[in-house]
Design a protein around this ligand. Structure first.
Ligand SMILES: Nc1ncnc2c1ncn2[C@@H]1O[C@H](COP(=O)(O)OP(=O)(O)OP(=O)(O)O)[C@@H](O)[C@H]1O
Ligand SMILES: [Mg+2]
Length: 255
């Protein structure tokens, strides 16, 4: 898998002057990588992910997956949104089956595949529950199962834990890392939470706002297991502080 974002611009026509949301974005994600893009609110993160997902088109530039140009949504890219997007009237099982049906699988294949991925996210017991009976973290695990069940080449996540409390968020970050190790899924996640990005990813693109641009690429070369204690390590703190300074517009300053 090779995702390439090449010279992407996005301009929105507004009632005032046109708004440049993304300016000359270049990035790539390779098989098995866990990459994050971080940026403040309004830096164009959702716009970028929507364009990669094929839900919106760039004004200029192009996105390719394994050399094929993205022109719309496709089963090769699975998406998890920030807000809960489960169908409230469908059971957890039916929510996960939904995308599979659209791909033309038989009823039995859908059932088996959905059960397999609900097991992977640890929610087999809740297969017959309705979304309103689940906590926020559980809902996002269903959304992840739904995206993964289609076995996409890459999982795209738009601030998936943004609406969760701190403890649930930490548990979900740990869960996502374990899932990534177990399933070897390629992940591109966007977040405004720098600590979250440093904790989960191997590489980070730092985005600045108005217009949204990539200012820096950071390699997260942390050694050892990524458990919450790593957040206290000096190396972790130094990577995090460096990115925070970039976002604040302070460069090359040592405190
Ligand atoms: N459909 C649209 N029409 C006009 N302007 C838009 C549209 N979508 C986004 N924008 C503008 O583009 C800019 C980037 O928005 P975007 O939602 O991508 O930012 P973001 O980084 O995801 O922010 P947040 O962290 O708050 O989710 C904003 O200034 C926003 O107002
Ligand atoms: Mg957003």
């Amino acid at each position: 898998m090779h995702l390439e974002v090449a010279n992407v611009y996005k301009q929105f026509e507004t009632r005032q002057e046109p708004l440049v949301a993304l300016k000359d974005i270049n990035m790539h994600v390779e098989t098995g990588e866990f990459v994050c893009a971080v940026g403040a609110s309004g830096s164009g993160k959702s716009t970028l992910l929507r364009i990669i997902a094929g839900l919106d088109l760039p004004t200029a530039g192009e996105i390719t997956v394994d050399g094929l140009r993205v022109v719309g949504p496709g089963a090769d890219r699975g998406m998890v949104f920030q807000s809960y997007t489960l169908y409230p009237w469908k059971t957890v099982q039916k929510n996960v089956e939904f995308g599979l049906k659209l791909q033309g699988m038989t009823t039995r294949e859908c059932r088996e595949r959905a059960s397999e991925y609900l097991d992977i996210v640890g929610l087999s017991k809740f297969s017959q529950a309705l979304p309103r009976e689940l906590s926020g973290g559980m809902k996002q695990r269903v959304a992840i199962a739904r995206a993964l069940a289609c076995e996409p080449k890459i999982l795209l996540m738009d601030e998936p834990f943004g609406a969760l409390d701190v403890q649930t968020k930490e548990a979900m970050q740990q869960f996502l890392l374990e899932l990534w190790h177990r399933t070897k899924t390629t992940i591109l996640m966007i977040t405004h939470d720098v600590e979250e990005a440093v904790f989960v990813s191997q590489r980070i693109y730092v985005m600045t706002a108005r217009p949204g641009q990539i200012q820096k690429e950071v390699i997260v070369d942390l050694e050892g297991d990524r458990t919450y204690t790593i957040k206290r390590d000096a190396k972790f703190q130094s990577i995090k502080n460096d990115i925070m300074d970039q976002l604040r517009g302070i460069h090359g300053v040592t405190a």
